[in-house]
Design a binder for this molecule. Structure first.
Ligand SMILES: Nc1ncnc2c1ncn2[C@@H]1O[C@H](COP(=O)(O)OP(=O)(O)OP(=O)(O)O)[C@@H](O)[C@H]1O
Length: 254
């Protein structure tokens, strides 16, 4: 059995001693080839979790393994095989799209970088934008560039923080369709944080619900719908966010 794509054990992060932890005692094991959704309201701890998975933030306690590498000891071996996109990552605005992608290709030591960039540009409809300064792109165009950056090293594990935030429905759908195809072709594992329930229902086989830094429920979208007696994942999200019980819990307490 290969090691999981992500293994998280009792992970916690406390930014300040006088505030509650941003992430608290989080444990999960995401298998290779899976797509999981990280859901939770604003401030639930999704970005903090992703930053710890990438080794950008040092956990207060607990441990993370990515693709079998312990992030505390063997971070660079893991990072070479993974990548991410985040709305918080702004590419240098005066560099052209091609220049930005070349910087990342160089950082990841991508062989035949120009060929890889041309290939991604074609797949993500960026060819006409390669010479444009990155700062002059629309939100939809920036998202496609961010995806090209995230895929430049052909990652086996992809972490996506709100990959379709601020996109119009048509562009959002295009990105989701593209991600589905990429996943099928590459077999890569994906963890995505999103506020878009339809997106999570469509892309994710398993959902981890975070609330105040803790995993409060998890399961496939279908299992969660059934557990909360709902037709729509958005209602499940609201039930959890507002502290309503699942049908099973309610039955036990009745
Ligand atoms: N650098 C920081 N210093 C102190 N507190 C922080 C820092 N970054 C995040 N926090 C706090 O940690 C908690 C979790 O924040 P985080 O950004 O991980 O949540 P999130 O689920 O990604 O939220 P959103 O959906 O709004 O992006 C919040 O209470 C936030 O205020």
């Amino acid at each position: 059995m290969p090691s999981p794509a992500i293994l998280v054990e009792a992970l916690s992060k406390r930014y300040r001693n006088d505030a509650p932890p941003a992430v608290s005692d989080l444990s999960f094991s995401m298998p290779r080839g899976a797509t999981w959704g990280l859901l939770g309201g604003n401030g639930a701890g999704k970005t903090t979790t992703i930053a710890m998975l990438l080794g950008l933030l040092v956990p207060t306690s607990g441990r993370v393994e990515a693709l079998g590498h312990d992030m505390a000891r063997d971070r660079f071996a893991a990072l070479a095989r993974m990548n991410f996109s985040s709305p918080y990552l702004a590419l240098p605005s005066r560099l052209s799209v091609a220049e930005n992608l070349r910087v990342y290709a160089h950082l990841y030591n991508v062989p035949r970088a120009e060929k890889r960039i041309a290939e991604l540009a074609e797949q993500l409809q960026l060819t006409d934008l390669l010479d444009r300064p990155s700062g002059q792109l629309s939100a939809g165009q920036k998202t496609r560039v961010a995806l090209a950056k995230a895929l430049v090293n052909r990652p086996e594990l992809l972490l996506l923080d709100e990959p379709t935030a601020s996109l119009d429905p048509d562009t959002g759908d295009w990105v989701r369709t593209w991600l589905e195809r990429y996943r099928a072709e590459s077999g890569c594992s994906i963890l995505l944080a999103s506020h878009n329930m339809a997106e999570v229902e469509r892309l994710c086989g398993h959902v981890l619900m975070l609330k105040q830094g803790r995993a409060v429920d998890q399961g496939s979208p279908a299992a969660l719908l059934q557990r909360y007696g709902r037709d729509d994942l958005e209602d499940v999200f609201l039930d959890i966010a507002r502290g309503r019980r699942s049908r099973e819990e309610a039955a036990v307490l009745a």
